[in-house]
Design a protein around this ligand. Structure first.
Ligand code: ATP
Ligand code: MG
Length: 503
């Protein structure tokens, strides 16, 4: 056995009922290196990792870890042997404290009791060593998605593993936190820990990868050192064709005001936000974590209590107190937190697609109509699923996200708010979603696009609202877009003044 690799996965096959998810793939990981796994949504990346750590038994194949053949039956076994994983879909226990989430399954005990003091101290120590600013006593559910993700990362690192698997760890992080994660990864490398990294973000892949392996449709395409590859080469390997148009913005006429938000406030999260959204317009929202963009969207959608200000639609004041009322008023929100608020794991693709549109399907339920509409969106959005009756939790992460996009389109909203719509979506599908959003604007829908990806928000939007800590600091016109300017406003404390020169 060569000492060169800490892990060798050879000829791995994984079959689910009706799906051959892995068709004999391989992966060879060097210690102290970052090995990135790439491939389109549904290519089999997460499945391979689950085969490794004992969630799914592989149908066939061989796994050699640290010089020995292994067959982990549980994640606990894998953990004990030195392999930990940050999962693509977070599963925090929201009603428990951060510390309890961190040490879940391995709480320190003193006699017969949980040693809360030690648990807190260990948490502080861990966060300090990682330079993380999170209070271990805080309830997990009170953290932002980004902070939860950082806690998950801290947790995976805390096991002193030889391999840390990170399945799309940055999908809910903004730039500052991504930098933080990269520093953590550098430290792991210094300790000779191998990192298996899964991501769809080209820029970060080329920054941190030593080796890259590409899968396509459950098949092994190849492995090479990152320094021998380019973005274009990689995309071609992944999709088997070239993907060109990333941001197909079409200029379309901007119509009358559809939504007017005046001095909108929601507790401390949103402070006096005012803007107008027009028919046919894509209004971007940019900012760093804690900027209050998601909270603004949630307040408009009735998920969060409005503590001040007014919202008008087509000139009429709205008083929305629940998502149901928002939907009835032609407003839809594609949430950033798909695990928490979006996906109903055990239900079928059909139910997950139809659920926001139940009024249309009446009573008794029009099942046939539901299935037809779902099949329609499955084909329009190119959703990869064996069947529309498959439980959505069996779909790959990116395909789950596409189902949610379909759910909201089906409600045929006048105002569509999308919060990080392409998170976790592969390059090909991303271009599809971008052109879909542009097309919807062209059809006269009014769209709010919240995105932490600067190229996305600048590529797609007509104007960008910039926020910082709940305060709106600018509205920038497309002609004035530059990432420097937007970043400057994203860190500025000075509230935007109506009448101030835009941009
Ligand atoms: N528990 C399961 N039951 C049935 N099919 C499954 C299950 N888990 C995954 N699959 C299928 O296996 C294939 C590979 O899925 P996987 O989640 O590994 O993709 P992925 O490469 O991680 O994609 P993404 O980038 O979207 O996360 C998909 O077709 C998916 O539907
Ligand atoms: Mg995945």
């Amino acid at each position: 056995m060569s000492q060169e690799y800490i892990l060798e996965m050879i000829d791995i096959v994984k079959e689910f009922p009706g799906v051959r998810a892995l068709k004999g793939v391989q992966l060879k990981v060097r210690p102290g290196k970052v090995h990135t796994l790439m491939g389109e949504n549904g290519a089999g990346k997460s499945t391979l990792m689950k085969c490794l750590i004992g969630i799914h038994p592989p149908t066939s194949g061989k796994i050699i870890y640290d010089g020995k053949e292994v067959h982990f039956k549980t994640t606990q076994e894998a953990l004990n042997s030195g392999i930990s994983m940050i999962h693509q879909e977070l599963s925090p226990v929201p009603e428990r404290s951060v510390a309890e989430n961190l040490w879940l399954g391995r709480v320190p005990v003193k006699g017969l009791r949980v040693d809360h003091k030690k648990m807190r101290e260990d948490s502080f120590k861990l966060f300090e060593s990682l330079g993380l600013d999170v209070n271990p006593d805080e309830k997990m559910g009170n953290l932002t998605v980004a902070k939860m993700q950082m806690v998950e990362i801290a947790k995976a690192v805390s096991y002193d593993s030889k391999i840390v698997i990170m399945d799309e760890p940055t999908s809910s992080l903004t730039e500052t936190e991504v930098e933080h994660l990269f520093r953590i990864i550098e430290d792991l490398k210094k300790k000779n820990v191998a990192v298996i990294y899964i991501s769809h973000k080209m820029e970060e892949i080329f920054r941190i990868s030593d080796d890259i392996t590409v899968f396509r449709d459950g098949e092994y395409v190849g492995t090479d050192e990152a320094k021998n590859l380019t973005v274009d080469k990689l995309i071609t390997l992944m999709v088997g064709r070239e993907v060109t148009e990333m941001f197909p913005k079409i200029e379309c006429p901007i119509g009358e005001t559809v939504l007017k938000v005046e001095n909108l406030s929601a507790g401390k999260a949103v402070k006096n936000v005012s803007f107008e959204l027009h028919k046919g317009e894509i209004l971007g929202m940019a900012g760093l974590v804690g900027a209050g963009r998601t909270e603004t969207a949630e307040t408009i959608f009735g998920l969060r209590t409005k503590t001040g200000g007014k919202i008008y639609k087509n000139g009429k004041e709205l008083n929305i107190k629940s998502p149901e009322e928002a939907i009835a008023n032609g407003i839809a929100l594609l949430t950033e937190d798909r695990r928490g608020q979006g996906i109903l794991g055990l239900l079928s693709v059909t139910d997950n697609t139809a659920i926001a549109n139940m009024k249309q399907y009446g009573f008794p339920l029009k099942h046939k109509q539901m299935r037809e509409d779902t099949a329609d969106y499955v084909s329009k959005l190119n959703i990869k699923t064996p069947d529309i009756q498959t439980p959505i939790q069996n779909l790959s992460g990116g395909n789950q996200q596409k189902v949610l996009v379909g759910r909201w389109l089906l409600t045929d909203p006048e105002i569509l708010i999308v919060d990080e719509p392409t998170r976790g979506i592969d390059v090909g599908a991303k271009a599809e979603i971008h052109s879909l959003i542009t097309r919807l604007a062209g059809e006269g829908k009014a769209i709010i696009l919240i995105s932490s990806e600067m190229p996305e928000v600048m590529g797609m939007s007509d104007r960008i609202v910039v926020m910082h800590e709940g305060v709106m600091t600018a509205i920038v016109d497309r002609k004035d877009f530059s990432s420097e300017l937007i970043l400057e406003y994203a860190t500025s404390d000075k509230p935007y003044e109506p009448g101030q020169k835009e941009g």
